[in-house]
Design a protein around this ligand. Structure first.
Ligand SMILES: [Zn+2]
Length: 471
């Protein structure tokens, strides 16, 4: 029986319909595949003279084929970066870009950063003529103003100083000494733009270490000025310390409580953990505590050395540790050890705020006082702490009592002066004349009233009492 023509037509129409629906849904799927996505980490708020950007591009299909970064200001558009990627194309491109703001030919002020991106995936209708990311930014092409006003002329290894300068339009200012950055603080009359930065020269830095003042604005535009301070060399002593088995047996439970009792054949190894790892931990805590500083000086006049104390160990002394007749370790001692009678009262060297009060590994019970602008003093091996964190104390106020807590052989005070966490010799700060000539002088030269301590010039210069009893 012959097939009726209308049935043939029905089959043809059905097949055509399936093909058309199939094609439409295929094209629809092609069109629906999302395009390239872009993210800035972190999103930039400013474009400056040289602004680094981290841009991540991700393609759902076809890989990242190209991108363009444009800066738009009203009707003006400028291409900042453009790049094409050849096959095989990556699904993700993580790009470190640098935009040079001046080359864009736009004026300073608000602008929009636009990111365009294409993948290698065909779609019926092109979707890459619209930005895939827009980011409002400020175009800032003016570096901060920076003038050096005055600085400590003679710095010394293991010593401190002060740099006074004027900075305008800056977000971050400070002084770099041989690679260590010391932040500055606004000082003097408001709106004058005057700043002061306390600096330190670590005891083992070469005398040729560069001292450079710098300022950076929000857009990352920076300027720097060389500071003509001279660094004088200093000699530091060496000493050797005999560690006795009996001392370790007595001390290790306190210094390494996690170990419990240490068998005699592990005493040396446990001591080295304390002397190296616990010491390093304490140094890290000192650096962290240094950030808790006030932007104004709390101190006035020479720092106090506790009465009737004898110095029996010096700043930056390189110590050989001996155990069982052998040299087992070498470490640097960053303070002065001051001995008097047992459990002597420990006075605050100057006015300051307690920023640390508690046990600190090898230092035992420790108090750190902040005197502002990054200057801090540390009191260690205490048998008792009589102050709390956050408390502000006057010069001479009793912080606690001396003792033997931590890695201390006999009752004494371990005293340190720190500038932004870098230990410097306490001798400078015990000496009113040194303060006048090295800290107050640059302030006076720059005509910045910061420390009400100029009457210090009438104060007799104090010099620390030295003696080294045999040990
Ligand atoms: Zn000490």
């Amino acid at each position: 029986m012959p097939r009726s023509p209308w049935k043939t037509w029905l089959v043809v129409v059905l097949i055509l319909s399936v093909l058309i629906v199939g094609t439409i849904s295929f094209l629809g799927w092609r069109q629906s595949v999302p395009g390239v996505r872009a993210t800035f980490v972190p999103p930039p708020a400013y474009i400056g003279l040289k602004t680094p950007l981290t841009l991540t591009l991700t393609a759902a299909r076809g890989g990242v084929a190209s991108f363009e970064l444009r800066l738009v200001q009203g009707t003006q558009k400028a291409t900042a970066v453009q790049q094409t990627f050849l096959p095989p194309r990556q699904t993700e491109q993580r790009l470190s870009l640098t935009v040079e703001g001046r080359s864009l030919g736009l004026r300073e002020g608000s602008a929009t950063l636009e990111v365009y991106g294409r993948d290698g995936f065909w779609r019926p209708i092109r979707v890459d003529d619209r930005p895939i990311l827009t980011q409002p930014v400020t175009l800032d092409l003016t570096p901060p103003n920076l003038d050096l006003l005055a600085a400590t002329q003679y710095l010394a290894q293991g010593g401190g100083g002060l740099v006074v300068y004027r900075a305008k339009g800056a977000a971050r200012t400070g002084v770099n000494v041989g690679g260590i950055f010391f932040p500055g603080f606004a000082a003097g009359a408001p709106d004058a733009g005057t700043h002061a930065a306390m600096v330190a020269v670590p005891f083992d830095f070469p005398v040729a270490s560069p001292v450079v003042l710098s300022a950076q604005d929000e857009a990352g535009n920076s300027v720097s000025r060389s500071v003509s301070s001279e660094i004088k060399p200093r000699k530091f002593p060496t000493d050797s310390v005999e560690i006795k088995e009996e001392f370790l047996q007595r001390k290790l439970p306190e210094l390494l409580p996690e170990r419990g009792s240490v068998p005699p054949d592990q005493l040396l190894e446990a001591f080295l953990v304390v002397n190296r790892d616990k010491r390093r931990q304490a140094e890290e805590t000192k650096r962290a505590v240094s950030a808790k500083t006030q932007g104004k000086p709390l101190w006035q006049g020479a720092f106090l050395q506790p009465r009737n104390t004898k110095v029996f160990s010096n700043f930056a002394e390189t110590r050989s540790y001996r155990f069982g007749g052998q040299d087992v370790d070498t470490q640097v001692h960053f303070g002065y050890d001051l001995a008097s009678v047992k459990e002597s009262p420990v006075p605050a060297a100057n006015r300051g705020t307690v920023v640390f009060a508690g046990p600190l590994t090898i230092y035992g019970n420790t108090v750190v006082l902040d005197h502002g602008l990054g200057l801090q003093t540390l009191y260690a091996h205490l048998s008792r702490i009589d102050v709390k964190e956050g408390e502000t104390v006057d010069k001479g106020a009793i912080l606690g009592r001396t003792g033997t807590s931590g890695l201390a052989i006999g009752d004494h005070l371990h005293y340190e002066v720190l500038i932004h966490g870098i230990s410097v010799t306490p001798l400078e700060w015990w000496d009113g004349r040194w303060i006048r000539d090295h800290i107050l002088k640059p302030l006076r030269e720059a005509n910045v009233a910061l420390i009400e301590g100029d009457q210090i010039k009438d104060e007799p210069a104090t010099s620390p009492r030295h003696s080294r009893p045999a040990r």
